[in-house]
Design a protein around this ligand. Structure first.
Ligand code: MN
Ligand code: ZN
Length: 499
């Protein structure tokens, strides 16, 4: 793990030491236990708040150094606004804000996990703790000289809670989900000379330690299956392609699995339809969908989710080469449908076409969700705040929308329709791999839909959210690990919350 912050739990009655963190509302009120622990802090906060124009607004922070009359070095007060309707994402944000205030070399931090209305619940506390860890994440393994940047935390964060045992119990699964996010971030941040299809497959295979069955399909195995669409993309690379199928069975024996499929283009030059040089380095992140699926499988297996889950990723490198696929080529996908290649840079859908078909026909999942950094057009439509959601199933789409609201990994539903589908008909083959400039994210989704074989399916276009998204309270990393928390939540809500 790339973070160095340690999070533990202590009773709310513990006297804070080092740095204390407290929560107030928009009246600057503190909880009872917090007031007691910080004896006399209320007046101090009110006076300082006036000078700092701090009004306890949700997410705002008041930072007091060497507070008078209290035996701590520093008091950080986090506003929670009116209180009331707080969600998981709010507590994640509070955890992120407080971690963002810690400097390198910080030692002891005591977080008084109490709202003015009473102690935080175990779930709220575990979100807070997850927020601290997500914020503290750094990807600096290739820096030989480390800088003491602000927020570069190496601290022991003690979260003071009403019920230590309950907090530990609630945080245990959340810690695994957080590890999954961190794993996904690491994979996205890794350089493409290090993380190519075979190496990526190896890292996925490490999930075997958690009881995940991992099957790696090499090029001859994929040829045998007839994965001509995926193999066409990788044929110009010196690095051979791989498909990895992960399986975790934590649900009822024989119960239909749910499936998650990720685009894993380890580097996308565009191929013969080569991309401009500017920012091409970002195309190391074109495997963000696959990274999310691996992080999710880690989360689900480590926390022993009660669900049967398939995770499948198509891993290729899209390179221009004497053997690379050409515009005009016609490939035959595993489904038997033929595809005319118009633009070799529209490669992600070709990879997914075969992996979707393989999963749909071999495992017959209850539903399948794919994630892909698929189109630049989704950035034009939705920016970096929402992933694009396309689905042939309203129930599945609604579940994703709800999980997005709770976790803060938001999705926005986009249309599908036969009018759009016509745009990918080809004069020489069953379809072509681009539908033109207009509605580019939609025609890409229409393309994928031709390979889902009536399975309830959703496609998440994460080109705007998986990498290079603006830094947030819980993410300072280029690779965001987007989707792990969203889909873990979906599995939880769909299969575990009631049982
Ligand atoms: Mn591309
Ligand atoms: Zn791509």
């Amino acid at each position: 793990m790339s973070d160095t912050v340690k999070v533990g739990f202590v009773p709310l009655s513990t006297a804070p030491r080092g740095i204390a963190v407290a929560f107030c509302d928009d009246q600057l009120r503190l909880g009872v236990a917090t007031g007691k622990a910080l004896g006399g802090a209320s007046d101090l906060i009110k006076r300082a708040a006036g000078a700092a124009r701090f009004k306890g607004k949700d997410g705002s922070v008041l930072d007091l150094l060497a507070p008078e009359g209290i035996k701590i070095q520093r008091l950080i007060v986090i506003g929670t606004g009116k209180g009331g309707d707080h969600k998981e994402k709010d507590f994640l944000k509070y955890g992120g804000s407080l971690a963002g205030k810690l400097n390198a070399g910080t030692e002891a931090v005591t977080v008084l996990a109490e709202l003015p209305s009473g102690p935080m619940t175990p779930d709220q506390v575990s979100s807070l703790a997850a927020g601290v860890r997500l914020r503290a994440y750094r990807f600096d393994r290739y820096k030989t000289k480390k800088k003491d940047e602000e927020g570069d935390v190496s601290a022991n964060v003690s979260i003071a809670v009403a019920d230590v045992a309950a907090a530990k119990k609630a945080f245990a699964p959340r810690a695994h989900v957080t590890d999954g996010v961190i794993l996904a971030r690491d994979l996205v941040n890794e350089p493409p000379n290090v993380l190519y299809p075979e190496e990526f497959a190896k890292r996925a295979a490490a999930l075997r330690k958690l009881g995940v069955t991992v099957e790696i399909l090499d090029v001859p195995a994929m040829k045998k299956l007839g994965m001509g669409a995926l193999l066409g993309v990788g044929q110009g690379s010196a690095r051979p392609s791989r498909t990895v199928v992960m399986r975790y069975d934590g649900g009822k024996k024989g119960e239909q699995p749910v499936a998650f499929i990720g685009k894993g283009v380890c580097f996308d030059t565009g191929g013969i339809s080569i991309k401009p040089a500017g920012s091409m380095e970002d195309m190391k992140g074109d495997m963000g969908g696959a990274a999310c699926v691996v992080g999710l499988m880690h989360a689900l297996a480590a926390r022993k989710a009660k669900a049967n889950v398939i995770g499948a990723i198509g891993l290729v490198e899209n390179m221009p080469d004497g053997n690379a696929q050409r515009p005009g080529d016609i490939v035959t996908s595993m489904s038997g449908q033929t595809i005319e290649i118009i633009n070799t840079d529209a490669e992600g859908r070709l990879v997914l076409a075969d992996v979707l078909w393989h999963v749909a026909t071999k495992y017959k999942p209850k539903f399948m969700i794919d994630l892909a950094t698929l189109t630049g057009a989704i950035l034009v439509a939705l920016g970096t705040e929402h992933a694009g959601l396309f689905s042939n199933n309203d129930d599945l789409a609604d579940k994703l929308l709800k999980a997005g609201q709770e976790t803060g990994e938001k999705v926005w539903r986009m249309p599908l329709g036969s009018e759009y589908d016509k745009l990918i008909d080809s004069q020489f083959a069953d379809m072509k791999n681009t539908g033109g400039r207009h509605g580019g994210s939609i025609t890409a989704a229409q393309f994928l839909q031709r390979f889902v074989n009536d399975t309830p399916w959703a496609h998440l276009d994460i080109a705007g959210t998986a990498m290079g998204a603006p830094k947030s309270e819980i993410n300072q990393s280029w690779g965001s690990g987007y989707g792990v928390r969203l889909l873990d939540r979906l599995v939880w809500d769909s299969y575990e919350a009631k049982s």
